[in-house]
Design a protein around this ligand. Structure first.
Ligand SMILES: [Zn+2]
Ligand SMILES: [Zn+2]
Length: 165
């Protein structure tokens, strides 16, 4: 499983791999680390966020939206060129091809789990349906919580941010 996360301590962007032998998740820039529970080390869907311990994660396609837009844009451009040369069948064909490609890629892309609280992305993990798709209400609740904590002058709490023992 790959974790893409922002370090709770130094706010640096990190990418880390969690295998069966990974005892702790570490920041590449500072001394922050957090023990990885045995359950999350197993090659299965994590029960909670490996970075902050939050149990609410949402499932989404690991497909960068920008790539999708870029592809559709390229298709439209190539199609326009064919129109210019008065080849309407090719123009429509190209447009359909790119739309199809976009759809196929979207379907093939695996899901990622995103943490509601810290937005860490848990990639390349087999999903067994433990977590639901994005829920706006839940998202709003975490957003409000983050705002409240910020107003109180403290950063969102992370559980067990220090190694145990
Ligand atoms: Zn750090
Ligand atoms: Zn989290």
């Amino acid at each position: 499983m790959w974790i893409v996360f922002e370090c709770p301590s130094c706010h640096g962007q990190n990418v880390a791999e969690i295998t069966g032998e990974t005892i702790a998740l570490r920041c590449s820039a500072c001394a922050w680390q957090r023990p990885v529970s045995e359950e999350n080390r197993a090659a299965t869907e994590p029960a909670n966020c490996v970075v902050c311990g939050c149990g609410d994660l949402w499932r989404q396609k690991d497909f960068p939206q920008r790539l999708g837009i870029l592809m559709v844009g390229t298709g439209a451009l190539v199609s326009t060129i064919f129109w210019w040369y008065m080849m309407p069948a090719w123009a429509i064909g190209v447009l359909l091809l790119f739309a199809l490609l976009d759809g196929v890629l979207y379907t093939l892309m695996r899901d990622v789990l995103v943490c509601y609280r810290c937005h860490a992305r848990h990639r390349h993990t087999p999903l067994v349906g433990r977590h639901e798709r994005f829920n706006l209400e839940l998202h709003e609740r975490y957003r409000q919580e983050a705002i409240r904590l910020e107003e109180m002058g403290q950063k969102p709490k992370t559980q067990n941010s220090k190694p145990e023992g």
